[in-house]
Design a protein around this ligand. Structure first.
Ligand code: PMP
Length: 375
């Protein structure tokens, strides 16, 4: 049976091979040699040898896929991207603060998610929006040369792919070249593993798993070792990166099943040829979809071409009265969850790693057919 194509922004489509494997292993997990252990992954102690082997493979595979340097820790946490909006300032804001004073964090506001990060961090440190794309409706990324960076900021926060607005950084800024001594913090929730990361520019990256890595419930944090150990005294122990790192992400019980599922996705990504191969496919998928939208007189996308997201493609119908018919027809054609985020309206097609080219081709065919019959 061919499953419908699922364009959800997250939780999002998983590779079918991964779901099939997890179903096969649900009641009785086999180790690498095929030996079944009599338990499902949800039922295992996180400290037992079975889960330890799952954890170690997941960490090693993610390190290999993202080419994470040895001086960075990979943490598997809980709380999602929104919890990290608090956990990051709790851990990093004191880095460069004068003794006894609150630190400062800079934010480049390019959409809804970085805007939320700015507001949450203000509970824990001084914050500054050093640039914002809000006046233009979050359709572009303000040129880095215009960012009003603070001289003493501990870190600069970017959301490198704005899931709602469909705005993506296609290169990371070099903060040193911009005269800042701050660390770069990136929220890469919605494009992690869709393209390589230039770790030479990054101090910390975080992302919820539920778009490109696996099910909801696990948050990946990748942090340079020298940034550990500076948490504010009020930071909860379970959210102190040093405590989490020193305990191999097992200070508290980790989200074992979500880590296992993400581990299966990492193996799947390796079988696909790794992140560079995924990037080439993601470019091809995004080009196909944007070309169909730009070439149409019914649909349009508002984002400047230079910063359009390869993962989340928001688009609108010029005749909004057709929205319901569009969505009903899409569903009937096996194209699910295309409705745009409630804050922006219109449509959104999320085309993460697990979306095959055939899914985007089917969407483009539907866009053209709907325009022919309704345009
Ligand atoms: N950052 C980005 C870029 C996101 O897309 C999301 C969720 N859509 C979040 C943060 C928040 O993640 P969570 O709901 O897992 O806290």
């Amino acid at each position: 049976m061919q499953r419908p194509y699922n364009f959800s922004a997250g939780p999002a489509a998983m590779p079918e091979e991964v779901l099939t494997q997890a179903a096969d292993e649900m009641l009785n997990w086999p180790d690498a040699s095929g030996q079944r252990c009599g338990m499902g992954v949800m039922e295992m102690s996180h400290r037992g040898k079975e889960f330890q082997s799952i954890y170690e493979a997941a960490e090693a595979d993610l390190r290999e896929l993202l080419a994470v340097p040895a001086n960075f820790k990979i943490l598997f946490m809980q709380g999602g991207g929104l919890a990290e909006n608090a956990i990051v300032p709790l851990n990093l804001s004191a880095q460069r603060a004068p003794a006894g004073e609150q630190g400062t964090a800079d934010f480049v506001v390019t959409g809804s998610w970085s805007d939320k990060s700015l507001k949450e961090a203000a509970k824990y440190c001084h914050t500054k929006a050093v640039a914002t794309g809000k006046p233009e409706g979050f359709t572009h990324i303000p040129d880095a040369a215009t960012w009003q960076l603070s001289p003493n900021a501990s870190y600069v926060h970017l959301c490198t792919n704005e899931t709602i607005n469909g705005v993506e950084f296609h290169a990371l800024p070099d903060l040193k070249a911009l005269g800042s001594h701050a660390e770069l913090v990136i929220d890469f929730s919605s494009h992690v593993a869709s393209r390589p990361v230039d770790w030479s520019k990054v101090g910390l990256a975080f992302g919820g798993a539920q778009k490109n890595l696996g099910p909801a419930g696990v948050t990946v944090v990748i942090v340079r070792e020298d940034l550990l150990g500076h948490a504010l005294p009020v930071c909860p122990s379970a959210f102190d990166y040093k405590t989490v790192a020193d305990n191999g992400s097992m200070f508290n019980t980790p989200p074992t099943f979500a880590i296992y599922m993400a581990g299966l996705v990492f193996k799947w990504l390796k079988r696909q040829g790794g992140v560079a191969a995924m990037e080439a496919r993601n470019i091809a998928k995004a080009e196909l979809l944007y070309a169909a939208i730009d070439g149409s007189s019914l649909y349009f996308n508002k984002v400047s071409p230079a910063c359009r997201s390869r993962m989340n493609v928001p688009f609108f119908l010029r005749n909004e009265a057709l929205n319901d018919d569009f969505l009903a027809g899409a569903k009937a054609a096996g194209l699910l969850q295309l409705k745009g985020h409630k804050s922006v309206g219109g449509m959104r097609a999320s085309i993460y790693n697990a979306m095959p080219l055939e899914g985007v081709q089917a969407l483009v065919q539907y866009l053209q057919e709907f325009e022919r019959t309704h345009g």
